[in-house]
Design a protein around this ligand. Sequence first.
Ligand code: NIG
Ligand code: FE
Length: 411
Amino acid sequence: MTKLFTNIKELIQIRDASIQKVSGKEMGVLPTLKNAFLLIENGLIKDFGLMQKMPTFTSDETIDCAGKMILPTWCDSHTHIVFAGNREQEFVDRINGLSYEEIANNGGGILNSAKKLQATSEADLYTQSAKRLEEVIALGTGAIEIKSGYGLTLDAELKMLRVIKKLKENYNIPIKATFLGAHAIPSEFKNNKEGYINLIIDEMLPKIAAENLADFVDAFCEVGYFSVDDTDRILTAAKKYHLIPKVHVNQFNSIGGIAISTKHKALSVDHLEVLTDEDLTDLKASETMPVALPSCSFFLGIPYTSVRKIIAANLPLALATDYNPGSTPSGNMNFVVATACIKMKMTPEEAINAATINGAFAMNVSNEVGSITKGKLANFIITKEIPSYGFIPYSFGSNLIDEIYINGNKF
Ligand code: NIG
Ligand code: FE
């Protein structure tokens, strides 16, 4: 089955298969072809080039893209889309003056979501989560990482991870599962954090590994949640099961989460709203991908990650949504890209690189997605008629997507 896309105004993010991520100044360069064709075969990218040089193909279908652009689908490397219900009341409480921290200390926050999730059946949780997944695919996401962490008991964490497994089976985009048992200390362990960490290490991890339910491991390394030593213990234990770390660090405080994560060769460190020079030095000595989550800063009113400092240090950067019920009830990568430009002063080239190729690296799917590369999945966005790709972040509230293709099929 072949499909030929012709007269593409601009084919965006063309990369050689050897490019896995871009760093520093390279982030400001976005390779494209103007007036291009794209040939796909059996769900994969087969060929592309300039219209003037297009060979004669016999294809099953030809799609004229005059005036439109094609770019790879977004790679959202950090989400919590498996959750039950919502936390709209906490949103209103914050409007009325309570802080995110005060709400959490009053039993709201992550523990509120855990209570709701524990009381929800696996089937219901699947239905709610699949709806969110479909919503974000329609918004252009073609690869996604999903975390557990709203269960906080052995059974409820397994329930979440089984829902992610089912999503993997039923949706044909790359999906990665991350075990985030260390998301918050459950109320039953309020005065016994060690007991909860022992439960994670002695019961949750072995069971999850036996059922092959996770690709990665995460911990919320933060004051009032899990310390650097706690994180170290959990990452060390997870290593036995070959779970690669992707860690929540530096959201509110810099406590050494980056150093411990890079020591464990984390694939990514995520949030980074607070970032010290020492943190930057640790990142520079590693292969770990820094990940910024601007929608979280937007929604909570906390500082934005200093991405200019990160890029100036010649580091790479990925952008993700953090879609979750508490700090970021949005999975819209188009908004993330726009907010990165508007609030974090990334150029459109940098933001698109961060949301595609570098996002793919941050969840270990660079071989399949993240760029227009021969042999990669035919997962791409066809835009409406727009003057330039910079129009995507510029028109921040508009939907500029005409069509989404996943494995060569219209979604
Ligand atoms: O990435 N920071 C930790 N976890 C989530 C939010 C959790 C919640 O409020 O439900 C985050 O922002
Ligand atoms: Fe998160």
